[in-house]
Write a protein that binds this ligand. Structure first.
Ligand SMILES: Cc1cc2nc3c(=O)[nH]c(=O)nc-3n(C[C@H](O)[C@H](O)[C@H](O)COP(=O)(O)OP(=O)(O)OC[C@H]3O[C@@H](n4cnc5c(N)ncnc54)[C@H](O)[C@@H]3O)c2cc1C
Length: 370
């Protein structure tokens, strides 16, 4: 006999798990289908930054969405800890964009100006003030842009906590590959998992970089592509680093465990999950240029993951026009960890309350149909 659910969520990354948790809390019968383990793809490969300011170049609806999502994190961290006992390591030290030359300073000054104009906290620091925040900075660092409201979490832990919390709310987790989104005319009727159909009135497509392939199984076009990101993880770093550090195109993210993640590349190479020598060399050069002492700590691991990218670099959130019951939640590109709480809330508002609290127009899948 076919399984049934109110809603099937396809994909158990941070987006799918956050949605499953939110919908189950909202009283819906949720089945999440994941072919691996929750968080096994981009959501664990990411660096965990909640950095609306560092990750934006102008005000607009996407920045507003990022800020709304970041504002949900303090309560989410508390709630997940209470429910699951897992600490997602929500860290609030802020973000230092280190200047190595005049070009960096000019970029930092411009970013500082528009961000303050937009009402955000941003401060230009001289070398002495930057060193007061991070004493191990190299002699090359001549100043920094400080963004105190950019924060970070331990993202693999976050996905586990969301999955556990969703399971506590009676969301069902099915391990298997969705091979088709099922439809009858202009209504979605569920998904196919192996030989089994899981019937549901709604399907949330949260399959990350694979979302376009899945949409195609229902005859739909969704131009999501994978964008590879690589990271090198250093370990055993003394707990002296309490800020995100940016230098040129690279960043360093300290974890409570004494790890520092250094990343990341942005590569259009399809689904080729390789770590390359040239990227790892670039990460290590950047890390040692900004904090020379990092040259003496061990490399723990390297990895790569696939960010889900849409051509206009905005997430795709909302109902599919002309196919009742299908809802997209994908294309979060460089900000899926940051945007997970607000995405989940919006999907709940769509499916449970039928009244989203945010203007979804810039994010609807409709924009790809014209
Ligand atoms: C190197 C790197 C650094 C990053 N840093 C940050 C950061 O600092 N901050 C930030 O906010 N974001 C960051 N990101 C981006 C962020 O990781 C992604 O936007 C986010 O993880 C996307 O989540 P997702 O759930 O959509 O996708 P995924 O985590 O990829 O999840 C999709 C899931 O769907 C499953 N799936 C796919 N097809 C099927 C199928 N047919 N059947 C069943 N299951 C299926 C997959 O197995 C996978 O688990 C980074 C990404 C990378 C790669």
């Amino acid at each position: 006999m076919a399984r049934t659910a109110d809603v099937v969520v396809v994909g158990g990354g941070v987006i799918g798990c956050a949605i499953a948790y939110e919908l189950a809390k909202g009283g819906l019968g949720v089945t999440l289908v994941e072919r691996g383990t929750p968080g096994c793809e981009a959501s664990s490969a990411g660096a965990g930054m909640l950095a609306p300011q560092a990750e934006s170049s102008a005000p607009g609806p996407l920045l507003a969405l990022k800020l709304a999502s970041k504002a949900l994190y303090p309560d989410l961290a508390f709630e997940l800890s209470e429910r699951t006992g897992l600490d997602i390591e929500y860290e609030t030290g802020g973000n230092l964009h280190c200047f190595l030359d005049e070009g960096d300073e000019a970029v930092g000054r411009a970013a500082c100006a528009w961000q303050r104009e937009a009402g955000l906290k941003a401060e230009l620091l001289g070398r002495a003030d930057a060193l007061a925040l991070e004493p191990d900075l190299s002699a090359e660092v001549r100043g920094a842009l400080f963004l105190p409201d950019d924060h970070w979490v331990n993202n693999p832990r976050l996905v586990t906590a969301l999955a556990n919390a969703a399971a506590q709310e009676r969301a069902a987790f099915v391990t298997g590959e969705v091979t088709a989104i099922l439809r009858t005319g202009d209504r979605v009727t569920g998904v196919r998992v192996g030989d089994e159909a899981v019937r549901s009135a709604a399907v949330v497509l949260a399959a990350g970089a694979w979302s376009g392939q899945l949409a195609a199984t229902a005859g739909l076009t969704l131009p999501i592509q994978p964008v590879r990101g690589q990271i090198v993880c250093l370990e055993g770093v003394p707990r002296r680093h309490h800020h995100l550090l940016h230098v040129k195109d690279h960043y360093l993210v300290p974890r409570v465990s004494g790890q520092i993640l250094v990343g990341a590349s942005v590569e259009w190479v399809g689904f080729v999950k390789q770590v390359t020598a040239e990227q790892i060399r670039a990460f290590l050069d950047a890390a040692m240029r900004v904090v020379p002492a990092l040259g003496r700590v061990p490399i723990q691991a390297t990895w790569a993951g696939f960010r889900p990218w849409a051509p206009d670099e905005r997430p795709v959130i909302g109902p599919w026009p002309g196919l009742d019951g299908l809802v997209a939640a994908t294309g979060h590109f460089r900000n899926g960890i940051l945007l997970a709480p607000v995405t989940a809330r919006l999907i709940r508002e769509l499916l449970v309350d039928h009244a989203p609290s945010f203007d979804l127009t810039p994010f609807l899948p409709d924009r790809f149909l014209h």
